[in-house]
Design a protein around this ligand. Structure first.
Ligand SMILES: Nc1ncnc2c1ncn2[C@@H]1O[C@H](COP(=O)(O)OP(=O)(O)OP(=O)(O)O)[C@@H](O)[C@H]1O
Ligand SMILES: O=C(O)[C@@H](O)C(=O)CO
Length: 446
């Protein structure tokens, strides 16, 4: 399967014929659920995005019919040098496609560590473009992420007070983004305060120019609602590199001029048909929303927990889960999960040590492969890293972006004769019934 053998169009009916189109925007996303989140935001704002998993496609050609391409990487927790190299490779490809703007998509909760990777990747993209300044804009009101005074809020909590402080891979214990990014880059970081954003695009542009003249490279932008993001989008049309989360992407506009007006009503809303057939939910996310969704789903569908205390070896864990899956698949939607709270995670770490996350990702990825081989038509995954492992193991290179099941969580359809429907859910996204709903809607199962 080559990405160009299929149509990657996202905003139209899947039977329409693609006309060649110019790729206006290249987006490099640091994880797979983040890539689907930004692709669906672009779709909402009127773009026709294509999503490419794992890096630049082998034949380097433009996906047919797309005017935005999203390269999904699994680079959020990779060594910084790898994250930089993969992102630059994507940027080189964007150049070949004639792309004029690059968007670096990272998590709306700024998931990163002091060694990267938001700072190093942004610096590398800026160096390459020759631009001297960009914005750092994780605010994404649709997901409850706002920035005020440079402090990142998750709904009504500071980031450092939110459950993100317990994240297994990127615990976020500081809400001050100027400070957080300042530890990831040797360059000058400054704040664009909300009072300036509220003054409109001309005031923002004037402040950005002044900050650039002062040698500032990274400008953390306050944004508390979509109107703020539209102002920022309108004021940064001259910048070749933008960075942020889906909120800013949704404020961009394909024609580059209507950013302040917002998307056309109904843009990108058409539903895609989902294939019928066995459905599997695989969860590795330990985030709060996922835990609530698991509690809801466990009461309504058969489930199996990957529990290292019951099977204290990776192969034993895999074998038991595989046997359970093959026994239950086909009788109705099933759920397999490793997700656990802080205490159970500490217990898991005693069994698997530094390899804990890797073991769960590996086993869940393998279960996806087994499910697909045994006829699953629908795979729902919770967690960005977990989604990366699943997509890699399934060998999926590209997908059509369909309608959103919940905000930021679109259906993806593989361009196969026997399409696979995938729902890659960011850890903290979705309503409590999302996993169950996604596994059952239209399957004839309650
Ligand atoms: N019981 C467990 N103990 C320790 N680590 C676990 C356990 N279960 C899963 N993990 C690991 O925790 C990590 C969760 O990250 P993942 O990105 O999948 O979810 P998330 O951070 O909630 O999602 P997102 O990145 O979309 O917000 C994975 O690497 C997973 O393997
Ligand atoms: O921005 C977000 O919160 C998500 O798209 C994400 O990146 C989760 O991994």
């Amino acid at each position: 399967m080559r990405p160009t053998d299929v149509r990657h169009e996202a905003g139209r009916d899947a039977t329409e014929v693609d006309a060649p189109s110019r790729v206006l925007l290249g987006c490099v996303a640091d994880d797979y659920t983040g890539a689907t989140d930004v692709a669906t935001a672009l779709r909402r704002s009127g773009f026709r995005p294509a999503i490419l998993f794992g890096g630049v496609p082998g034949d380097r050609s433009a996906p047919a019919g797309a005017d935005a391409v999203v390269v999904a990487l699994k680079s959020r927790t990779a060594p910084a040098a790898d994250a930089v190299a993969w992102s630059l490779e994507a940027a080189d490809w964007f150049d070949e496609l004639g792309v004029q703007r690059v968007f670096h998509k990272y998590c709306s909760t700024f998931d990163s560590t002091d060694s990267g990777n938001i700072g190093p990747v942004t610096d590398a993209l800026l160096d390459r473009s020759g631009a001297r300044l960009t914005v750092i804009c994780p605010g994404s009101p649709v997901h409850g992420r706002t920035v005020y005074g440079g402090q990142l809020f998750v709904h009504d909590q500071l980031l450092s007070e939110s459950p993100m402080r317990h994240h297994p891979l990127t615990p976020m214990t500081d809400s001050d983004l100027v400070r957080v990014l300042g530890r990831q880059t040797p360059h000058h970081v400054a704040l664009l305060p909300h009072s300036v954003v509220r003054s409109g695009p001309a005031a923002v542009r004037e402040r950005l120019d002044a900050l650039e003249a002062d040698g500032v490279r990274h400008v953390v932008t306050d944004a508390i609602d979509d109107a703020d993001l539209r102002v920022i989008a309108a004021a940064t049309q001259h910048l070749p590199v933008l960075t942020g989360a889906a909120g800013l992407a949704a404020a961009l506009a394909p024609d580059g001029v209507s950013a302040e007006a917002g998307p056309a009503p109904g843009a990108g809303r058409a539903d895609v048909g989902l294939p019928a057939g066995p459905a599997v939910v695989l969860a590795g996310s330990c985030s709060r929303a996922t835990m609530e969704q698991l509690a809801y789903a466990r009461e309504r569908m058969p489930s199996h927990r990957l529990d290292p205390l019951v099977t204290p070896g990776a192969e034993e864990l895999r074998a038991r889960a595989t046997a359970w899956l093959t026994d239950h698949l086909g009788k109705g939607p099933v759920l397999l999960y490793s997700s656990a709270g802080p205490e159970e995670r500490a217990a898991a770490a005693k069994v698997f040590g530094a390899r804990t996350a890797e073991v769960f990702e590996d086993v869940l990825g393998d279960l996806a492969r087994v499910a697909r081989e045994r006829g699953a038509h629908r795979i729902v995954v919770a967690g960005g890293e977990t989604s990366g492992a699943v997509i890699q193991r399934l060998g999926v290179e590209s997908a059509l972006v369909g309608h959103e099941e919940d905000p930021g969580v679109p259906w993806l359809l593989t361009p196969d004769e026997r399409p696979l429907a995938l729902l890659l859910k960011s850890g903290n996204f979705g309503r409590a019934d999302l996993l169950h709903r996604a596994a059952t809607t239209g399957t004839g199962h309650p």
